[in-house]
Design a protein. Structure first.
Length: 577
């Protein structure tokens, strides 16, 4: 049989006869074991509830040093959750109601109390208080791990900050995120995921002092408050310990799991003086840890704030740029090195930024790639370039081919071939007039899939160019793997082709190799007549560069095309200034 645990009853009563009566009644109680403590004054009662663990107070309303409802209020102010059962000689229902409103759990009328009634009133009050506590606990704690939840974490941090302010101390807030938790959850199911979270929670609790708060604030996100941090109890040591402990192997069911975690740390008051700022900055520092490669910690710095802010702003602005059609295409003509006639053009994107003016692709393409918007923008580029090309042809202008740059992500998109097919048929461009430019970095990854997509594109009649050739690790080997139509020698070689023997030798080798493989070869970044002469001597096919024309608007290129109807002499300076 389970042993009954005695409940501590504090009886506050100055009438010895009533005290005796209660003693007798409680000693007969069958269901609950009561331990009775008696006080005759409010002063003693207040001392008792402060020092001892009292389960319920049985309170006489008329005492030598306290009268009426005030007695309830005084006790509650010391121990707010304390259940109080009022005893009164007065049989007034209104008074009873006021007592309940003041915080009493129940009331008994003297002279009408029997054993069962008293026992029940006391037990119910205790039960109700426990239930209340359970509900509060549930509202403030994470059901899975039992850790504090986001709400309680905020309350504790608020409290910690006000204490630290008085004591002139610092607090460290750690934000923590499990690395790649989702893949474990997806692969092994939520059951395993939940057990992993519970195990992580235990390790987190083991890594800090008992006074520190560890909270689960989201799926696989945790937060920790370290109060009174100074040199001896330093936050980086804790962060290191946490990363090490979480990084140790987990054995869950039959699975051996490894997971890392990233941590961001912000201090009160150095990184913020209120709850929201400290939390936000810990999150910013966490973002830094994650974007730096995970499984590491970072302290918040002001500089990060700007980076994060810029990132958020940029993302929003890029989306807006798409909606408001702020992207524009410029076209750089390419020339046939024999005839000097325009043989094609390369479409190059710019962002007509409402405040900053025309921005080059280097300033936003990496951002578009990072946030996944590149596919949408890439589709727009392809469609616009094809439309423009058809317009030139319809106007009777001979523009040859149009080249469009692709970023890696676009190419391996599920329905990229389909997108291209649709654009070809919607715009009516002759596929042989479209060239897609890929860089080597794009070919290194997903070789098989890339090969498959390139075969598809070539089957449609599109030509493929390898861009920035010579800058990768293994440029030449790609020429064997992939059947390119065009090779574009990177501008870094052309830049020094007339000054450095090595660049001249490599450029010569690239041109002769391309010729051998019957690949069209283009030199980019031609800026001087000496460079042009060198390349012509090596019988390069096409030339692109500032020497002839920078990238220009479609309407400017239209003018150039009209003027070109007059034979263009290759050695002439650019038609455009
Ligand atoms: P890229 O494909 O190598 O493009 C050639 C870059 O060299 C262009 O820079 C062009 O303006 C510049 N250039 C042309 N002639 C000369 C010259 O004589 N001297 C020098 N110093 N530079 C010259 P831009 O327009 O800033 O484009 C930079 C890169 O951005 C491109 O390099 C390409 O990789 C990427 N890009 C441009 N448009 C797109 C696009 O629509 N989609 C994707 N995914 N990438 C694009
Ligand atoms: Ca290019
Ligand atoms: Ca290039």
């Amino acid at each position: 049989m389970q042993r009954k645990i005695a409940k501590n009853i504090l009886l506050v009563e100055d009438n010895p006869g009533d005290v005796r009566l209660v003693e007798i009644m409680l000693s007969h109680s069958e269901n609950t074991l009561f331990r009775l403590i008696c006080n005759t004054t409010m002063a003693d009662a207040i001392e008792t509830v402060t020092k001892e663990s009292i389960d319920v107070v049985l309170l006489e309303m008329s005492l030598p040093d306290g009268e009426g409802l005030e007695n309830i209020t005084r006790l509650k102010s010391r121990v707010p959750s304390l259940p109080i059962v009022v005893m009164t000689g007065c049989k007034d229902d209104n008074f009873a109601l006021t007592a309940l409103k003041a915080g009493a759990q129940d009331y008994l009328i003297k002279g009408q109390i029997d054993e069962a009634q008293l026992s029940r009133a006391l037990s119910y009050s205790i039960e109700r208080k426990n239930l209340q506590e359970q509900i509060t606990h549930m509202a403030n704690h994470d059901q899975l791990t039992g850790l504090a939840n986001r709400e309680l974490f905020r309350i504790r941090l608020e409290h910690a900050i006000s204490c630290a302010e008085r004591r002139n101390e610092s607090i460290a807030v750690l934000y923590l995120d499990l690395d790649h938790f989702k893949s474990i959850n997806d692969a092994l199911g939520h059951g395993v995921g939940d057990m992993l979270l519970k195990n992580v929670s235990k390790r987190l609790l083991d890594s800090v002092r008992e006074v520190d708060t560890v909270a689960r604030i989201g799926g696989d996100a945790f937060a920790i408050i370290l109060e009174g941090v100074n040199e001896t109890y330093n936050a980086s040591a804790i962060a290191e310990k946490i990363i090490e402990r979480v990084g140790e192997q987990f054995n869950i069911k039959e699975h051996v799991l490894h997971i890392g975690c990233s941590v961001g740390i912000a201090f009160y008051p150095h990184c913020g003086k209120d709850v929201d700022t400290v939390i936000n900055n810990a999150d910013v520092a966490l973002y830094k840890s994650k974007s730096n490669g995970r499984n590491q910690y970072h302290f918040y710095t002001n500089e990060m704030d700007w980076q994060a802010l810029n990132q958020v702003n940029t993302d929003t602005k890029l989306r807006k740029a798409i909606e408001e059609e702020e992207f524009v295409l410029h076209y750089q003509p390419q020339f046939d090195s024999n005839s000097g006639m325009i043989s094609g053009s390369e479409a190059l994107i710019r962002w007509q930024h409402p405040q900053k003016g025309l921005l080059p692709p280097a300033e936003f393409i990496p951002l578009l790639e990072k946030n996944g918007l590149i596919s949408e923008v890439g589709k727009w580029v392809l469609e616009s370039a094809c439309k423009q090309h058809v317009q030139w042809q319809n106007a009777g202008l001979n523009i040859g081919k149009v080249a469009v740059n692709l970023s890696g992500r676009e190419l391996i998109e599920q329905d990229f071939s389909h997108t291209v097919e649709t654009i070809l048929s919607d715009t009516g461009i002759n596929p042989s007039c479209l060239e897609l430019e890929l860089t080597e970095s794009l070919l290194i990854k997903n070789t098989e899939r890339t090969q498959y997509i390139l075969d598809n594109l070539k089957a449609m009649g599109i030509t493929i160019a390898i861009d920035d050739f010579g800058t990768g690790y293994n440029s030449f080997s790609y020429l064997k793997t992939f059947l390119f139509d065009t090779l574009k020698i990177d501008q870094s070689f052309i830049q020094h082709v007339t000054e450095k023997g090595s660049e001249a030798a490599i450029t010569t080798a690239m041109i002769s190799l391309a010729k051998e493989l019957e690949i069209n070869v283009v030199a980019e970044g031609v800026e001087t007549s000496e460079q042009l002469k060198f390349l012509q001597d090596k019988q390069i096919n096409e030339i692109q560069g500032f020497y002839f024309s920078p990238p220009v608007t479609a309407s400017d290129l239209t003018d150039i095309l009209y003027k070109q109807q007059l034979p263009l002499r290759l050695q002439q300076r650019a038609v455009m200034s």
